[in-house]
Design a protein around this ligand. Sequence first.
Ligand SMILES: C[S@@+](CC[C@H](N)C(=O)[O-])C[C@H]1O[C@@H](n2cnc3c(N)ncnc32)[C@H](O)[C@@H]1O
Length: 589
Amino acid sequence: MSGEPTSDCRSDLALDLASKRMASPGLSASVEPSGEEPVSALEQPLSGPEQKRIKLTRGNGRKQRGSRKANADETVLDSIELMLCTAWLEAHANAKAATAPTVFGWPEADRQAEADFCRAPPVPAKLAGGAEADCELDVYVHEITERGVGVATRETADELRALVTRGMRPWVFTAPFTLCGERVRVRTVRHEWGYTQCDTLLVSEPSPLRVDAPCQYFGKCSGCQLQHVSYDDQLKFKRQVVERALKHANPLFAKLAVAPVSRSPLALGYRTKLTPHFDIHKGTPADQVAIGFAMAGQRRVLDIEDCIIATDAVRQGAKQACKDAKARMSSYKRGATLLVRETNVPKDDPHGDVASIPAAELVKDYVLDFKGWVTDVVGELKFRYPASSFFQNNASILPAFTGYVRDELAKWSQRLASEDGAGELRHLIDAYCGSGLFGIACHASFANVLGIEISNESISCANDNAKMNGINNCDFLLGDASKIFDKVDTSPRHTAVIIDPPRKGSNPDFLDQLIAYGPRVIVYIACGVPAQARDLNHMFSRGAISIDGVEAAVETRPSSVYEVASIQPFDLFPQTYHVENIVVLVRKD
Ligand SMILES: C[S@@+](CC[C@H](N)C(=O)[O-])C[C@H]1O[C@@H](n2cnc3c(N)ncnc32)[C@H](O)[C@@H]1O
């Protein structure tokens, strides 16, 4: 591997980059007020709390709607802030730099100082110091965003430290599929707010943590981001993602202990659903249409013959689905998305009724029809749902995942009953219940379970699933989660609430009603950890969460104030950046 760039853009960068970017048809920037010039094109002053306003405009001069960061990946921007913060700490607070290499690049630093620094508003970058599109550069990776993308600068770690010590801000480049400490060659693709998006071309100085990716498509396919590190390091990375999201939502949350990520029993061969797709471009012969997943960083489809993170049944189903699609290619006009889902069927009759057969006697099969039905097995429980609707996609971890929620609820029920004599938890509310997974898995510890869900299809499955499993203390209602509080008439002292919203999280309407209701225990399950952290901060800002005895100053304190009892991430999606996180909140009084 050669370390020398074919065309080094450093000299270009020293030119008037701001005006170059203004001239670029893709993106231009205006900075208000515009008094200060950067010291060099590569360096920009850190401006501290009084940030300037930056407007991004598209090439036609029209203002972009929404946030000034509209184009930018927030996780990259967060990482830039954190990276600068790390360097700042090392330089100013004598924090100890990590001696051992880490995936994430965070030294174990003085967390409070770090938190104080993070509290300052984001530093605006003058849009200078980047590089033209399609230019090759050698960069050093200092951070990995929570989406697994390397955050790099042209400076080495030492140069970066020196730069930040002088109050300068480096220009940042993203480098997908890289690790901290690596020197890599990138090609610039697009300028965003405060950084330049790049493709990684080669790794000239690999991290000692880099491993050979098990999949031949890794680095080209957008599906997996972490196959180049060991599974143990992926888990460490995801724990830091959770810590970081919490700290980013509120520096005080840095005090919360996040447990090690609970591993998936299968790190490969676990995914029970795939959706390969294809686009038809004029002139492409039918037998050459690529069927697979989005190419990393591009809108094109990568032709994929096999996906090793899927279960055996799904891999087999995907081959069949592609074969069928190729045979029918002339009937498609623009392209299509295929669906492959694992299901469990009676051994002797794949189309037979699963209701009467014990879960342990079912065998794996696959479903390709969007209108088909899927049966999933979680321990001794069976869940049936339409192939096109939501269900957790890693069956191997579901017994541990649902078991954790069930055991936490049972533990707190007993503890609260014996500690303050208020009695056990008797009622469970399962908000955003889908087809009833958590309510049904936890039903045995409660007198009754009330679920709510916005999808008509899922809610009727939830009620049918309770029946199919011989459970008669569950009632699942159709509606928006925030309407559940109109229906609840159980005493909050004896009630626990599970919340499992979609990736965008819950909303103030639901959360404010939850606080006003004040259940004894809240279990917040999230696939969108930043949104979960935001929601927890909403509760904190209302005075409803206490962190080490610290509560937000509010005019009227709610009657229910919670402590964070545990934070347990689960790895439902090995090899990808995704992480699920379960936060248990218990009422203080
Ligand atoms: C992450 S899934 C969780 C489902 C279920 N707990 C499970 O694990 O299978 C989120 C669910 O919330 C539902 N949902 C989305 N918005 C909702 C809303 N405003 N009110 C109630 N349910 C909603 C979705 O239909 C989806 O089934």
